[in-house]
Design a protein around this ligand. Structure first.
Ligand code: GLY
Length: 427
């Protein structure tokens, strides 16, 4: 089979790596890809949101299956467009992708179908949002309705900060039309974790639970990033909790979409807060997480291509989805200055030496090849992933690999996975 993967980050390198393990694969294309994907697949220089060009390419090359990494093309309707042309594609339709594309849609769906999520109000006027915030007090959460490259949720510890967030989103419109509406949500405490589910609209299977590290510095300090590392499974999600999440959150959400006349197929990423009162949904995404995919997919024992085809054909019930019980840790190496401004074009060394270590794979994100060199080309540069028999082994291996890699200004967190270790030590 010929497979086209849309996107160019660590998640897409992981998808290409995992799909490439299938005996059914004849050729993989990644659009636009990066230096890592170009070693295992053909790079295609089409941007992920240039849907017409992607359709033309898939037709011309006889692509059998297209797999979409990022949310923007899904929300823009890439699946509908491919299916209209009779092309097989993995992901939700444009209407179904609203579950990520509109936080108002997702929150109202959860309210209507009694899916646990923090209490909220929706505002179309900044003044009304600010009045509500002043009456409620802080801490409080402000969220832009639409896509905002992971920057649209602000946890405000003070009223002034929440007011500023409303003004930035609705008055200064830094996210454009994504800020036409805001959600003001109750702040809740607990531990965050992610469940990644695959569904064809009827059957639901869940992959390993995981936990992201969103802040740039150790101990969850500093500004938010796209994610500085992840581990799986997350011990905060016990077996009992996992069942509860399937019964109370994932399956009801898929059923709710069906009941709304918007069947959902693809990945459902549930970003959860595990509270003393049980799990609550903070957000849904309509795609694999990044960097969560770098730990969840290596722990998938099944042939991913078989799963994706079965989902596209609506027969997920016929395919097994065994998950490895070992642990995986991904440490993201970023450019100096990220998530603020940073320089590109720094030569990366030590990649082969890192991958010589047992259980280690280096997934590329912001990298490019120039002549024979691999250079930095983005904020998040690499996701160094290690599998081990337990989380301690995986952490040790991942950091040993990280220490073999170098480029000018590189930065990484030193504490990926330590929350899991602490929880396991405390029993
Ligand atoms: N790591 C968070 C996300 O993929 O949205």
């Amino acid at each position: 089979m010929k497979v086209l993967i849309v996107g160019g980050g660590g998640r897409e390198h992981t998808l290409a790596w995992k799909i490439g393990q299938s005996s059914k694969v004849e050729r993989i294309y990644v659009s636009p890809g990066n230096a890592g994907t170009s070693r295992i697949a053909r790079s295609v220089s089409i941007e992920p949101t240039d849907i017409d060009a992607l359709v033309d390419f898939a037709c011309k090359e006889g692509v059998d299956l297209t797999v979409v990494g990022p949310e923007a093309p899904l929300v823009k309707g890439i699946v509908d467009r491919f299916e209209k042309d009779g092309l097989m594609i993995f992901g939700p339709s444009k209407r179904a992708a609203q579950i990520e594309g509109s936080k108002v849609f997702a929150k109202e769906l959860m309210r209507k179908y009694d899916i646990p999520t923090p209490n909220f109000e929706v505002f179309e006027s900044p003044n009304e949002a600010i009045e509500y915030i002043e009456a409620k007090g802080a801490p409080i959460v402000v969220k832009a309705d639409g896509l905002a490259a992971g920057k649209g949720s602000i946890i405000a510890m003070e009223v002034e900060e929440a007011v500023k967030a409303v003004e930035t989103i609705m008055v200064h419109r830094i996210f454009g039309d994504s800020g036409n509406k805001v959600i003001v949500e109750d702040y809740i405490e607990g531990e965050e974790a992610t469940i990644t589910a695959l569904t064809d609209g009827n059957t639901v299977v869940t992959l390993a639970s995981s936990q992201d590290h969103k802040r740039i510095f150790d101990d969850d300090r500093g500004p938010n990033t796209g994610g500085m590392g992840a581990y799986a499974p997350a011990p905060v999600i016990t077996r009992e909790l996992s069942e509860q999440i399937t019964q109370r959150i994932v399956t009801p959400t898929i059923n709710a979409m069906e009941a709304e006349g918007i069947p959902y197929k693809g990945v459902l990423y549930a970003g959860l807060m595990v509270t003393n009162d049980g799990p609550q949904v903070l957000e849904f995404n309509c795609r694999f997480g990044d960097p969560e995919s770098q730990v969840v997919l290596p722990l998938l024992r099944a042939d991913l291509l078989d799963l994706l085809i079965a989902i596209s054909d609506g027969r997920l019930d016929e395919v097994g989805c065994e998950v490895d019980t070992r642990a995986a840790v991904c440490v993201v190496i970023a450019s100096g200055g990220y998530p603020g401004s940073y320089e590109k074009g720094k030569e990366i060394s030590g990649l082969d030496q890192a991958e010589e270590l047992e259980g280690v794979v280096v997934f590329h994100a912001g990298t490019k090849t120039e002549r024979d060199k691999i250079l930095t080309n983005g904020g998040r540069v690499l996701g160094v992933t290690a599998i081990g028999k337990d989380i301690t082994t995986a952490i040790d291996r991942a950091y040993e690999a990280v220490r073999r890699i170098s480029f000018e200004g590189m930065h990484y967190r030193q504490d990926i996975g330590y929350k899991a270790l602490k929880r396991l030590q405390e029993g």
